[in-house]
Design a binder for this molecule. Structure first.
Ligand code: HEC
Length: 156
């Protein structure tokens, strides 16, 4: 009985605070946690103590020759490209929003070679990017990279 009362009190307190936060708008922003004590994959920060492959600026060799249909499978498969973990992609469900919305990537003026280099290793564009280096880390092979890029370029 005593426990039930205590639980009820906790729930009511929670509701009161939730109500107050709602009345005053969004909760106050908190300072980001200090992750510097943990090892990280960065190759520019002091925390970068985990061995990782250095970034590779890969030039596209010859015409793209990618298959957008295969690229779609690879990009959306959770156990392959898993681009939806971070990007909105046309027709893709439950996207994450950590990366930019790619819905109109094909209209962004990027050449085949630029798009390919980004997916191959985004660290060549932003050293601190969150995006996995799909080419450098052999997550996608050469033809798979071309297929994914061909798919991205169909987004108008
Ligand atoms: C862990 C998160 C994450 C995953 C997974 C991810 N990306 Fe990204 N991506 C990002 C972030 C963040 C950016 C913004 C660039 C930066 O980091 O500065 C980005 C940028 C991009 C861009 C450049 C967009 C622009 O207009 O400049 C492309 C293209 C892209 N990603 C394609 C992909 C593809 C294709 C996949 C899957 C094969 C993928 N991404 C998976 C996080 C991710």
């Amino acid at each position: 009985m005593k426990r039930t009362l205590r639980m009820l009190a906790a729930v009511l307190t929670g509701l009161t605070f939730a109500g107050m936060a709602g009345a005053q708008g969004a909760p106050a922003p908190q300072a980001p946690p200090d992750y510097s004590v943990f090892p990280c994959l960065s190759y520019t920060q002091a925390c970068g103590k985990v061995a990782t492959r250095p970034p590779v600026k890969k030039a596209l060799d010859g015409p793209l020759n990618g298959n957008p249909e295969k690229g779609k499978q690879l990009a959306q498969a959770r156990n392959r490209g898993n681009c939806l973990a971070c990007h909105v992609i046309p027709g893709g469900s439950q996207p994450g929003t950590r990366g930019p919305d790619l819905s109109h990537f094909g209209s962004s003026g990027r050449s085949d070679a630029e798009a390919y280099a980004m997916v191959f290793d985004m660290r060549t564009v932003n050293p601190e990017t969150l995006m996995p280096p799909f080419g450098t880390n052999d997550i996608l092979n050469e033809q798979e990279l071309r297929d994914v890029v061909a798919y991205l370029l169909t987004f108008r």
